[in-house]
Design a protein around this ligand. Sequence first.
Ligand code: ITT
Length: 211
Amino acid sequence: MKVDKILIATTNKGKLKEFKHLFKDTGITILSLDDMNEKIEVVEDRETFLENAIKKATEYAKFYNLPVIAEDAGLEIEALGGFPGVYSARFFSFKEFGGEEPVQDSIDRANILKVLRLMANEKNRKARFVSNVVFYVPEETGIWTEGYLYGEIVDKPVGEGGFGYDPIFKPEGYQKTLAQLSPEEKNRISHRGKAVKKLINILEKILQWKN
Ligand code: ITT
């Protein structure tokens, strides 16, 4: 198995930036969906992060015939019974839990406003980010890793960095939100950073054995 380039199959620019940064010292060329001429849509309709990540990785890998990494990630809030969870990206429009939140400036902002509304009088602020990463090479191999970041939901958005729910999430042991951390600092502690570092570790071992 020759792995000198990997397609990061994500439509999320914030995620892509973090993946590129995490792979920068590996010598592996990172391709993104923008580098692909033909586009496909993969619907995330499964009930777990892992199943969604497997679906994305295998569908993109088979279509482009390339090694692919796909991730499904999200925020789980204890007081909301684990929501937004697998619905994190489209929580604002998820009528079944907490009603719809109108989009005024961005989807990220509408998602945040909905969480803050549901958490308004809640004392238990505990939450965690989850990342499930799947690497798949058609007909050859599949690897899955995961990472968690524990912390709490603050009561108003703070910070300009990162993406998604970063402005309302304060990691354990920090007095800042994820959106106030540098990209390096976020990658060092984040759910995605942990899952991707585990994957790189495994890939390096496999590639060494093969040479
Ligand atoms: P792809 O499926 O194309 O990768 P997506 O944005 O739909 O892009 P997910 O299905 O994994 O990605 O949804 C993840 C959502 O969870 C994302 O849109 C954010 O709202 C939130 N999220 C995940 N990781 C995050 C992080 O590091 N910081 C803040 N929010 C995050």
